[in-house]
Design a protein around this ligand. Structure first.
Ligand code: ADP
Ligand code: GN1
Ligand code: MG
Length: 368
């Protein structure tokens, strides 16, 4: 969709929510790869209130009704837990703002689905940790998020993206995209395909590990958590689109993939892509503490598998999207997805080299 069209759509959408006052300002916001996100400010009697308004990517989330139902169920449940523990429900859990027709999302004349959340005041989010403390705190918050949801009945949740972290299936999709070669890009990526094929057996490692399915977030990037703008304490887990049953190793692993990389996930200079073991350990410490003893020992040993799995899977997803014509992830330039894949595959090779050191880190937190 071009910018003008999106502009017209947001102008209309902001008038359809139960906001406090009239919308007076809106701007593009954040660095997500999937939805179109805006910060919207309303005014009533000199009082300004901020909201997040998003055009849901319905090419990816084909059932916005199920999606928003999941989010409402989960956020209501978390709000109940916060109230029981004396927390600040205004800032620690996302709040869905209903539409003027009292629905969880608004469908415009073009069929686009729009939703709104209260903007968590005085919050920021990071695209990279500034230090080990940032990551430890965020990992702890993602761990706490998992333990808060431990009592939530997963049967109530729909599956917004089927087989989201089914890594063997992601491998099969990559092979199909490579063999179909819709955009004539296959010859460019032969080495990357060979790299993936050498690791096909590994894709089954979590499914064969016998660890339990839990209610997981499934997209635990650092920029999916809000921090207090002054103290940088973790406040609120966001981007709840992919909450589904999954493995704790996937949530842990996606944090490592994104945050223990010495470079951003789309850094093109691969020499800069290394594993920062101090950040890795901070993430282990924070996540295990956050889950409050809720993970079995067997699960703890799968955490490093999850780190490699999520890195591998994400690399394969970027490459699949490149081969299919860049229709899934938002890209800023022609070979963006290819660069992202190269980056993730380099990170995977680096993680593989650190297997022994990482084992020692996990051991430390199992015996402590
Ligand atoms: P995407 O699925 O595209 O990643 P997100 O739901 O993660 O979309 O939102 C994109 C960005 O918008 C986040 O990284 C964060 O910066 C910001 N954001 C989202 N929800 C809120 C909120 N309730 N309060 C403040 N900022 C938010
Ligand atoms: C997407 O939505 P966002 O930007 O937080 C993607 C994740 C990927 C990530 C890679 C629904 O996350 O699965 O790991 O990009 N989300 C979806 O940066 O596919
Ligand atoms: Mg996001």
């Amino acid at each position: 969709m071009d910018r003008n069209e999106l502009c017209l759509q947001i102008k209309d959408a902001v008038n359809h929510f139960q906001f406090n006052g009239k919308p007076v300002r809106y701007e593009r916001y954040g660095n997500g790869h999937i939805n179109d996100t805006f910060k919207v400010t309303t005014e009533k009697g000199g009082v300004f209130t901020d909201y997040i308004v998003q055009r849901v990517n319905t090419d990816i989330f084909t059932d916005p009704n199920m999606l928003m139902n999941n989010i409402k169920l989960v956020t209501d449940y978390i709000r109940g837990q916060i109230a029981a523990n004396g927390g600040d429900a205004q800032r620690e859990v996302m709040q869905v703002i209903p539409t003027d027709a009292n629905q969880l999302y608004y469908t415009d004349v073009n069929g686009s689905a729009w939703r709104a959340y209260l903007f968590v005041v005085d919050s920021v989010c990071l695209d990279a940790p500034r230090n080990t403390d940032d990551l430890e705190k965020s990992a702890r918050a993602f761990g706490q998020f998992a333990s808060t949801l431990a009592g939530f009945d997963a049967e109530k949740l729909g599956e917004p993206i089927p087989r989201f972290h089914d890594t063997p299936n992601r491998f099969a999709n990559l092979m199909t995209a490579y063999n179909t070669d819709k955009c004539g890009r296959a010859s460019e990526v032969k080495e990357l395909i060979d790299f993936a094929k050498e690791r096909e057996q590994f894709t089954y490692a979590l499914q064969n590990s016998g660890v339990p399915l839990r209610v997981t977030h499934n997209d635990t990037k650092l920029n999916n958590i809000l921090l207090d703008k002054d103290s940088y304490e973790a406040l609120c887990v966001i981007d709840l689109d992919t909450i589904m049953p999954g493995y704790s190793a996937n949530d842990f692993g996606d944090m490592i993939r994104f945050s223990a990389n010495t470079a951003k996930e789309d850094e093109a200079d691969l020499d800069k892509v290394q594993v920062n073991l101090e950040l890795y350990e901070a993430c282990v410490r924070g996540y295990i503490e956050g889950t409050g003893g809720g993970l079995t020992e067997q699960e703890l040993w799968t955490l490093p598998i999850g780190a490699k799995m999520m890195t591998f899977e994400c690399g394969m997803r970027f490459l699949t999207d490149y081969l299919e014509g860049d229709t899934y992830f938002r890209t800023a330039y022609d070979k963006h997805n290819l660069v992202r894949c190269l980056n993730q595959f380099k990170l995977l090779s680096e993680l593989e080299k650190c297997d022994e050191q990482i084992k020692n880190i996990i051991q430390k937190y199992i015996t402590e």
